[in-house]
Design a protein around this ligand. Structure first.
Ligand code: ADP
Length: 159
């Protein structure tokens, strides 16, 4: 960093940017849905991570691309295999909240070596409603916005 006037990236802005400014819409399946359904959803919705909901619509699990690839290898029964047997399940899911700082969420993605976090609303100690999604694509978009000094537009969707 040279310290030349006019060349600074406005890093101070990062301290004000929160999950709610960047979250995108979550893509979900039910615990009872099949691995086949989840693979179809992943292609149709064009996402890399799917969140799994229980019968009460609370967060139950996470499915990544590799979770689904692993389950598919040499398996003929994808239509009868529920996602609940292959997903990463609660309470081992890393989550974030709408008021968390984006820089903290970026650190969490790196520390946990994962691609996405569900944005949740805590209904009780064990019950989480899924209200959004933060991914590595979101954080890349944030970096570009910072350099362009464009604060996010609330109505814009990030994927
Ligand atoms: P991939 O498996 O396609 O490389 P990830 O790196 O995101 O994608 O996922 C790695 C593993 O971590 C997978 O088994 C996945 O289920 C799990 N995982 C993904 N996101 C989360 C999360 N938010 N909390 C806990 N585990 C997660």
């Amino acid at each position: 960093y040279t310290g030349k006037a006019g060349a600074e990236i406005p890093l101070e802005q990062l301290k004000n940017i929160r999950v709610k400014d960047y979250q995108s819409i979550p893509v979900v399946v039910k615990e009872s849905d099949s691995v086949y359904d989840a693979i179809s959803t992943m292609f149709l919705e064009d996402v890399g991570t799917i969140f799994v909901l229980d019968a009460k619509s609370n967060l139950a699990g996470v499915l990544s691309r590799k979770d689904l690839l692993r389950a598919s290898l040499g398996n003929q029964e994808l239509e009868s295999m529920p996602v609940s047997i292959i997903m990463t399940r609660m309470p081992n899911i890393t989550v974030c909240y709408k008021d968390d700082l984006m820089i903290e969420v970026c650190k969490r993605l790196i520390e946990k070596q994962i691609d996405a976090l569900p944005v949740v609303n805590r209904k009780s100690p064990r019950e989480f409603e899924v209200i959004g999604r933060i991914t590595k694509t979101t954080t890349t978009k944030l970096l570009v916005d910072l350099v362009n000094r464009d604060l996010p537009l609330k109505e814009e969707k990030y994927d």
